[in-house]
Structures are given as structure tokens and as C-alpha cells.
Ligand binder design. Sequence first.
Ligand SMILES: [Zn+2]
Ligand SMILES: [Zn+2]
Ligand SMILES: [Zn+2]
Length: 351
Amino acid sequence: MGEGGDGSVGGRLGRRVLVKPDGRYLLLFEPGGSRQGRVPEEASRSRGAGELRWHPLLREWVTVAPWRQERTYHPPPEHCPLCPTRPGGLETEIPLPDYHIAVFENRFPAYAGRQGRCEVVCYTSAHRTSLGAQSVDHARDLVEVWRDRVEDLSRSPGVRYVYVFENRGEVIGVTLHHPHGQIYGYPFVPPVIERELASSAAYLRRTRRCLYCDLLAEEIGGPRTVAGDGRWLAFVPPFARWPYEVHLAPLAHAGGLTELGPEESDSLARVLIDLLRRYDRLFRRPLPYVMAMHQRPPGRGGSHYHLHIEFYPPNRSADRLKYLAGSELGAGAFLVDARAEDTARELRGLG
Ligand SMILES: [Zn+2]
Ligand SMILES: [Zn+2]
Ligand SMILES: [Zn+2]
């Protein structure tokens, strides 16, 4: 896989760009196809832009987007907007009888137009499945799609940060059950990333080394390792704030997805699927989680910020959830009921 000209992914997927009647784009990624069309830069303006309000005490942005109240809430499977459009059936977000991986602009975005972007990533056309149930090959294609979107959105005017994430499970607040993730192009660098950038920069100034590289060196093969293949590592960090929190990261320093070579991308797919299968075996049913990809902002932090993906399952046991309450929400101080070494051993044993 080369970098390709014109910012193309240079992988094995083709990409078709369609524009919906309301101006939103739909991207179809297919094996073996070619790259056709450009993503419109001035995307959908059918919705107003979110209103940014500054929180002067916490020094962070709050985005107000009241139209998100109208978004589709737990539709029955036959009305799933992320399924392909069945012949004679209602038109869904993807007006085709089938697809491989599809990305489209959120109908109820917090950020749109020149202010940023909200995309939905449909992992597969199959309704009753999950990311963890996909083949490693399919996950490899998803990594390529993520990379394509990160490259595009990083160049988008108004986008200061590209955030790839997934909310999974009803207890996380998911309103659509079809396996999907999301990508936000924020008009600012979100506070968690700002804090991680500041810590990494301070560590680099003090030691001339990458903070996360040093963290990984401590964790490889240690008591908190969950899985890995020599290129990517999955581990429960010693400072985990959730009982089954896991970090996934490349051992070789990389600031973001677009800096990964082909072997590193394959490895990400392998270790990701490995982790998700362990998660689903843990309580013998699909484990809810938040998946948060942390990478450097476009044009910043290239030398010292290290790409990683954080997973926060809310469960502390099969039938008990950890809720964010007074200490966590009101004071920002997390209390955890489990030791990272114990949960890592549990997850390691599920391979
Ligand atoms: Zn569906
Ligand atoms: Zn590093
Ligand atoms: Zn992080």
C-alpha cells in the first residue's frame, strides 16, 4: 500500500460518492472498485450549525444543537435507517440493495457545513451483528475507511480535530442497533485531547521521549497485557478509570492513523477484533462499550503524541454497571472497584 497521489488511501477499497436530495453525501466503500467523485466541501446546510458556548470555569466548549431531540429513537428493525433499502421498502439512508461499508453525513449533526462534520460509519449491511463479529479482513477494510475519512476531514475548513468513535449498547444510549460508529470533525480540539497533548509535550520536554512509548514499554508482556501481535498491544492501563477499560496502541511510534504502514494497519484490525471477541465472551453476551480513538490533531503534536484507542465498557460485573456520579461527574475524580491486573488477567484468559 502506498500513500498514493491526491491523498488517496492507496488500499484495496474503491470509493463512490453519492449526494442525497437534501445535500448530504453518502460514501460507498467496496473491494476492488475505483475512486469516483469528490466529497463536496460545503456539505449539507439543511440544518443550522450548532451553537458553541464557552464554559469559562472549565475552559471548554459546550455545543448546543436542539434539533438532535428529533433523532430516530429505537426504530423497529424493519425501519432501520442504516440497513440497505429493500426492494419495495421504505428508502433508508443507503438507497441500494446492499453495501460493504458506507459513510454518510449525520441527519442530526452537532456540526455541519463550515463548522465541522458529523459522519455515521455503517460497518456492514447486516443488521443483527456487531463489529467484533466481523472477520479480520473486514476490520482491515474498516481501518482503511477510517483512514480515508481522517485524511479528508483533516483537510476540511473549520475542522480542528477528527474523532473516530463508537457507542455500543443500549445502556450507553445507542438509539440505533445496526452496527455503526461515528466520526466527528470538531471545530475545536476537545478537552481530553488538549490535556493529553499538554502532558505529552511536558514529558517530551523533560525526557526527550514519547510518554505513551514509555508507557507501552512498561506494559508489554506485563500483568496488565490483554492481547497483542508484536505490532499493536491491548492492555488495561494501571490508571484505568473503568473496570474493563482497555487501551490499544501501536508499539512503533505513530501520531495518527494516517502514519500507519500496511503491516500496522493489518495488526490494528487483528488486535481490535481479538479484543472485541474477548469482550463479548466476558459475560457471554455483547458487552456495551464506548470506543474512543485518540490521535493527534491535524498539524499538531506529530512528534510526541501517540495514537491509541480507549475502550470504556460500563459494566463492573455481568449485571452491575458503573455509573458516573458525584465524585466522577461533580469533581472529576474517578473511583474504580477493580484492579487493572485482575481484569486484565480475566480478559487474557478469554483468548
Ligand atoms: Zn439495520
Ligand atoms: Zn510514542
Ligand atoms: Zn487517550
